[in-house]
Write a protein that binds this ligand. Structure first.
Ligand code: FAD
Length: 349
């Protein structure tokens, strides 16, 4: 089997940016993507999320931006990615779900069911969407109502008249409460006191927030969400929920019971739905055979290069888990791949 110069896993913003830059550098590669269609995680986001609701989707390299509008993000961004793949003739294969990446005598083998690709280098761009995180609480399995995670949210209307507990202190929880409170009763619980931004969000504050996550990843710690360090803000469309008291947060409950949730002090709230807006984790289980994790629990990176194996680049991970970060990481990763192919391998072996 021919050994490719590189394989990119994932065709979201990070994977497409990487593929674009690899192509510019003349590096032979394929992009393997598990989704049935272009769009990365955006194709799975809820229908009520419009391009005006999102923080902004950065333009892919050498392209205009998808812009702000009242149109659905889960339609606009997939169409934008699809045009981009076509315009630049990016070598995307789908649907291909990578199960594991192994090392065979110095060559990386990317396995997907009964198919396999061999490659000198790897750019992992698998995002977080396929790895939702739900914490464990006693009694969760006894709950008689419905439990769902952000990844399963499809809009507020189907919760009308059902009492919803929203769990989580991030931007998604704030958005859900904004949509749910006007149509039903809500209770908001978070582990920590939410951090509200008091000043206007400036590019400088954004850079400082990203630098904090960057520092964690440089030390090999599990990356924090970029949003968790930028703080929360209410937007115009959340003012109605604010007036209804939806953002009066309660501390985390200690147990789930069939009819609701209970706090350590004995108080109880009946609930029909628990919406776990508790975030995502990097979807990197398929890289386990490469032993990239540091003793601190995260993958230690030097830029986008895995310190434990410099053939591997991680993009859309930690500080680059935003559309603008993913764009830049794609360029850095392609240069990292080029450096390895140009002989870094010889100087480090
Ligand atoms: P994704 O878009 O998730 O793409 C990953 C791709 O990898 C997918 O196509 C998937 O099919 C594929 N894949 C996964 N596992 C495998 C596998 N094993 N084998 C093969 N393929 C695989 N960022 C912003 O900049 N602005 C925003 O407004 C914004 N809003 C957000 C709203 C929500 C609700 C969330 C959850 C995130 C938001 N983000 C936003 C973050 C942003 O969406 C991502 O960080 C960014 O799009 C980078 O995407 P990505 O390419 O890393 O991942």
């Amino acid at each position: 089997m021919d050994v490719l110069d590189s394989v990119v896993i994932g065709a979201g913003q990070a994977g497409l940016s990487s593929s674009y830059h690899l192509q510019r550098l003349g590096i032979s590669h394929v992009v393997l993507d598990s989704d049935p269609a272009p769009g990365g995680a955006w194709q799975h986001r809820w229908d009520s999320l419009t391009m005006r609701d999102v923080h902004g989707v950065a333009a892919l390299p050498d392209s205009g931006s998808p812009g702000l509008s009242e149109r659905r993000a889960n339609v606009v961004v997939p169409a934008y990615f699809s045009d981009y793949e076509r315009k630049h003739a990016l070598p995307v294969l789908r649907p291909v779900r990578v199960d594991r990446v192994t090392d065979d005598a110095g060559v990386l083998v990317v396995h997907a069911g009964d198919r396999a690709w061999t490659t000198h280098t790897l750019v992992n761009a698998t995002g977080t969407w396929s790895h939702p995180f739900v914490p464990r609480y006693p009694g969760m399995e006894t709950f008689a109502g419905e439990q769902l995670h952000t990844a399963g949210y499809r809009g507020a209307e189907r919760f009308r008249g059902r009492r919803v507990v929203v769990v989580g202190g991030g931007a998604s929880a704030v958005q859900f409460l904004g949509e749910l409170a006007p149509v039903t009763e809500t209770i908001w619980v978070t582990r920590r006191e939410p951090v509200w931004r008091t000043d206007d969000f400036t590019p400088d504050a954004g850079r400082r927030a990203v630098a904090l996550v960057e520092e964690r990843v440089r030390r090999g710690l599990p990356p924090a969400s970029v949003v968790s360090v930028t703080g929360l803000a209410l937007r115009e469309q959340e003012r109605a929920a604010e007036l209804l008291g939806a953002y009066a947060r309660r501390p985390m409950f200690s147990a789930v019971e069939p009819g609701g949730v209970r706090w350590a002090d004995g108080s109880f709230e009946p609930a029909d739905v628990i919406l776990w807006a508790t975030g995502f984790r990097p979807a990197i289980g398929h890289l386990a055979p490469l032993h990239l994790r540091s003793p601190q629990g995260g993958v230690q990176l030097d830029g986008t290069t895995a310190v434990a194996d410099r053939r591997v680049q991680l993009v859309g991970y930690g500080p680059s888990a935003s559309t603008i970060g993913a764009n830049r990481a794609g360029r850095t990763a392609a240069r990292g791949v080029a450096r390895w192919l140009d002989g870094e391998s010889l100087s480090t072996t």
